[in-house]
Ligand binder design. Sequence first.
Ligand code: KG4
Ligand code: ZN
Length: 351
Amino acid sequence: MNIQRMQEMANGDSPTYIVAIETSCDETSAAVVRDGKEVLSNVVSSQVDIHQKFGGVVPEVASRKHVESVSWIIEQAFEEAGIAPHEVAAVAVTQGPGLVGSLLVGMVAAKALAFALGKPLIGVHHIAGHIYANQLVHDLQYPLVALVVSGGHTELVHVETEGRFRIIGQTRDDAAGEAYDKVARALKLPYPGGPHVDRLAHEADEAVEMPRAWLESNSYDFSFSGLKSAVMAALNQARMKGIELAPSAVARGFQDSVIDVLVNKSLRAARDVGARQLLLAGGVAANKGLRTELAARCSAEGLPLLVPPLSLCTDNAAMIAAAAFLKLRRGQYSSLTMKAEPLMKLESWSV
Ligand code: KG4
Ligand code: ZN
């Protein structure tokens, strides 16, 4: 038991602990979080090395790896937190969206734990987790707009009050992270390609100009598949003409286009709903170019920008615990018959 825990017990304080499990894609993670705010442990085991040789996540392999890791990761999360399993107030788990086989592994582990401990179970929407990762490091003020950009999602979410979500814009085809990964593959960079494209873009002296998909003037939706095709076309045309295109210039042109659209639509959405904060969430929030540009534009408009640290941007269980705390406070629990929902809707998870 750590010193802080001994002091709490001596003072008679009764903090609320949640243990959370996240297995929606290719990271197996378990975390213990106190009062929805303080991360006591956040153990993440990434399968990136395994999927790298296939150039993307292989769902069947992902579920098998989750089965191998989930038990020891939960044990490690308790150990690092210095908390005994029976001390938690609830067991939280990502219910969806995600890969069904992967979700099921976390779901079964969470149900078994909740049942054995006699504690409530809380199913959590993965995107609500990404958004509430910000709560672990910032105080949220409503209404706010969250830009969620990951390998599977690109969404603008209006959060009017705590835990009430409305998707006001989303991608009509590829997610931003997916486009990064596909462009990276065309540039012969390893999977996941986002960080490599980001790095190359920063090394570039010039940019190959790429189109922007603004869509209808009042739309907050996104589209990245045309941009991805434009990158492929530029590479193919150069190859046919025997011209050598600098990969860094291609990466820069692609990244400039993605960032331009993401930043402009986010700021317009924030303005339109009278947001008091703009939140950035999801794996692509690690993008240096996106962070820099958003920070500059938000500062010019006097809009506070909240971005979680990198470890809380990519998939992790602490963010699931943070979101679960909203439900725990309201006594909104899930039943032991809860099903994994690969296509779960964010709005339906609102408190
Ligand atoms: O949120 P996340 O860990 O998993 C999903 O829920 O999808 O996001 C992973 C995605 C991958 O597509 C990866 O290429 C992208 O985030 N990513 C980045 C960067 N770091 C990770 N994309 C652009 N720039 C980065 N620095
Ligand atoms: Zn994610």
